[in-house]
Design a protein around this ligand. Structure first.
Ligand code: 2HA
Ligand code: ZN
Length: 271
């Protein structure tokens, strides 16, 4: 059996959470990450028949039966993950019946998975239906994205258009746009369901006055998506007080989409 602290997926989670902490997005216990792992890879590091704790959940996620995830712990600080992964992270496997998870490793101080587990698991279900290679869900309180939700129209079309206009690469990175949810209570099934519903159409969902959910095939891609949206929101916040002399036009956005062979979200560009 190999040392789990050296497993690439543990190292990637450590590096990601430290990085996000240093971006200033994940104050205190803000933010959470879940990463769907390959059982065959996990087996090299862990006896997957050894369950340290059975954790019932108030959800039906049978679609994910038997799937193994590494997940940040509830109440844990991203700042601390790198120094103490086995307390701040856990590896869980979804019950056959879909209404609970087995803890296989981690949360060594008696902890539990993130409070946003419903949003994570329901999002994994919807994204896996669309893309079998989907693996990662990241939730974070990216500062300028949150700021933007106070001063910008929250319709998905207008929110996405502004983000596309702030930075040339945006159309190429998220041509499918961003979903937006109005302020809602977090940490429960309702916001999980609403988030997952949006995930049928978007890889990114903004939670107004709270943060963002991003999804992707690996940690780099998912972090990169959020980072790109955040950069764009930062530029918006920097320039919104100033008289705008010019912007990226719809015609230019179309030119970009064509050059990079991406399809802009239908109806989001003006004719
Ligand atoms: O506690 O970010 O949304 C972590 C969170 C909740
Ligand atoms: Zn949050």
């Amino acid at each position: 059996m190999k040392e789990i602290l050296n497993a690439p997926f543990v190292k990637q989670m450590c590096k990601l959470t430290s990085n996000m902490y240093r971006m200033g997005w994940d104050e205190r216990n803000g933010g959470n990450v879940s990463f769907l792992l390959d059982q065959e890879v996990v087996k090299d590091y862990l006896d997957i028949n050894k369950v340290t704790k059975r954790i019932p959940i108030n959800l039906d996620v049978k679609f994910l039966s038997g799937k193994i995830f590494i997940v940040t712990g509830t109440g844990k600080y991203f700042k601390n993950v790198e120094d103490d992964p086995s307390v701040n992270l856990g590896i869980i496997r979804v019950w056959e019946e879909g209404n609970g998870v087995d803890l296989l490793w981690g949360y060594e101080d008696g902890g539990a998975p993130t409070s946003e587990l419903p949003s994570h698991l329901m999002t994994h279900i919807e994204r896996l239906k669309i893309d079998p290679d989907h693996r990662v869900v990241i939730h974070t309180h990216a500062t300028n994205i949150v700021a933007m939700t106070f001063v910008h129209d929250l319709t998905e079309r207008e929110f996405t258009r502004t983000l596309w206009q702030m930075c040339t690469e945006c159309m190429v990175v998220f041509p499918d746009g961003v979903g937006v949810l109005p302020w809602m209570l977090c940490g429960n099934d309702e916001i999980g369901q609403k988030t997952a519903e949006k995930m049928k159409e978007y890889r990114l969902v903004v939670w107004a006055h709270h943060g963002i959910f991003g999804t992707g095939r690996d940690i780099d891609e998912t972090f990169g998506l959020i980072e790109t949206v955040e950069k764009s929101a930062e530029i918006f916040i920097k320039i919104m007080h100033m008289p705008i002399k010019q912007t990226i036009t719809d015609e230019q956005l179309r030119t970009l989409a064509k050059a990079f062979c991406v399809t802009p979200k239908s109806g989001f560009l003006n004719n």
